[in-house]
Ligand binder design. Structure first.
Ligand SMILES: Cc1ncc(COP(=O)(O)O)c(C=O)c1O
Length: 424
């Protein structure tokens, strides 16, 4: 009974590929069945071509490309080639809001509350342009664990009157919550803060930060780049004012699309000064003089839309929604715990929180010669990255097999063994 079930399953899954398989008691089929049943999410592996030839542990940097992107790009070229300029009114103009809603659904945002942009730094600039820094409430509070591009942007706002207050980490892994909350006072205007820290995967207590900000009349800009798609995010439950991130990491959406959620009750009031014709009520009237703002999400956009990237972002967002972030998180916690255990067994330094509630999808491991180890891992088709003060960052996603973690760590051991005589 069980073997016929397995062979039927195998035939359905592998189709013509399984001509040599599918027979009752075929060992290969049984092994595949056992793996798939043990980890239901592995069935999505066939959607990601790169998984056939690499160990892909780098979704913290660039998620694997879904094969649906080939069709999306072909569709884009087809529409441009066949419909020409009519593509704008038939599809492209609406695409920005449509993709915004697809991403928004992953963070429980109301339809129409998410605009799309080219990158997170631009999202921060759009938010900053809604405010005036000349008054008493001009303080901007953030952590030195934020992504540097975002810090560079806010530092540059000092010339516009922003008083930047940076809270420093004491251990290079976490953000000191008490000190951060204490810094958010009645003079604070904005708190741009990463939800998950890119270097260590530490999860900031977004709820506590939003509550403190609201208590004193400040607003929070939550950077969910390293959380959305691997850690559950619910913008409504958090009551967060703004949330932004990009799609190229955990959302498998490729470069060129970032999203900006604006709390709906703020959305119709704010007037971004970083604006353009896309934000106009009648963009095709080409009126002169000041802008007449349209409603969100276009209200927060500005110039001509980034259509190819928007098309490429759709298949990844669809898969993430289908898989479900709760399931992704459940698996991620298990796999990141295993990576930490493997690193501990070898005495390597783990620069990621051990407390699962404080840990995002990445494990940063600093072994000896970690930068060179990273280079050698990539040469061996084990894709990871290296960051100063972090070490090698390994990021399993829903498509990662447990065995890949073991083999990646075994490869590190081998590299270190091979390097040992050279170091002597
Ligand atoms: C938390 C976080 N924010 C922002 C960025 C990138 O910002 P941008 O989209 O402006 O390049 C990254 C990139 O790695 C990141 O990890």
């Amino acid at each position: 009974m069980r073997s016929s079930l397995i062979s039927a399953w195998c035939q359905a899954k592998w189709g013509s590929m399984s001509t040599s398989h599918g027979a009752p008691n075929c060992g290969w089929c049984q092994a595949q069945y056992n793996i798939a049943m043990a980890d239901d999410l592995l069935r999505y592996r066939r959607e990601f071509p790169i998984l056939d030839c690499t160990t892909y542990l780098i979704s913290n940097s660039l998620g694997a490309m879904p094969k649906g992107v080939y069709d999306a790009m072909h569709g884009y070229a087809e529409i441009w080639a066949s419909r020409g300029v009519r593509a704008w009114e038939e599809r492209w103009w609406m695409l920005a809001a449509e993709v915004g809603d697809q991403i928004g659904a992953i963070m429980h945002a109301a339809p129409g509350s998410v605009s799309t942009h080219q990158n997170v730094t631009t999202c921060q600039a759009v938010v900053a342009s809604c405010f005036d820094f000349s008054g008493k409430r001009n303080k901007v509070v953030y952590s030195d664990m934020n992504f540097p591009s975002v810090m560079y942007f806010w530092e540059a706002q000092r010339t516009r009157g922003a008083r930047v207050h940076m809270v420093e980490t004491s251990d290079g892994i976490t953000v000191p919550l008490e000190r951060l909350l204490a810094a958010i006072d009645e003079e604070t205007l904005l708190v741009p803060i990463s939800h998950v820290i890119f270097r260590s995967a530490y999860i900031n207590d977004a709820k506590a930060i939003v509550e403190q900000a609201h208590r004193v009349g400040a607003l929070v800009v939550l950077d969910t780049f390293q959380s959305l798609g691997t850690v559950p995010v619910d913008v409504q439950e958090l009551s967060v004012d703004f949330a932004c991130g990009g799609v190229l990491k955990w959302l498998c959406g490729g470069p060129g699309v970032a999203y900006l959620y604006v709390r709906p009750d703020l959305g119709n009031k704010l007037q971004p000064r970083f604006t353009g014709w896309t934000a106009h009520q009648q963009p095709f009237n080409f009126e002169t003089g000041p802008i007449r703002y349209t409603d969100p999400p276009y209200r927060f956009m500005n110039g001509t839309l980034h259509i190819p990237s928007l098309e490429a972002a759709r298949p990844g967002a669809k898969i993430i929604r289908e898989v479900g972030v709760n399931k992704i998180r459940e698996k991620s916690l298990k796999q990141t715990a295993r990576l930490i255990q493997l690193a501990d067994e070898r005495g390597w330094c783990v620069n990621t929180p051990r407390n699962p509630e404080q840990r995002g999808g990445t494990v940063s491991i600093d072994m000896p010669d970690s930068q060179q180890v990273c280079r050698e891992l990539i040469r061996r088709e084990i894709l990871v990255d290296w960051r100063p003060k972090a070490g090698v960052r390994m990021s399993p996603h829903f498509y990662t097999r447990d065995e890949e973690l073991e083999s990646a760590i075994a490869a590190v051991r081998e590299i270190l063994r091979e390097r040992a005589p050279a170091a002597r």
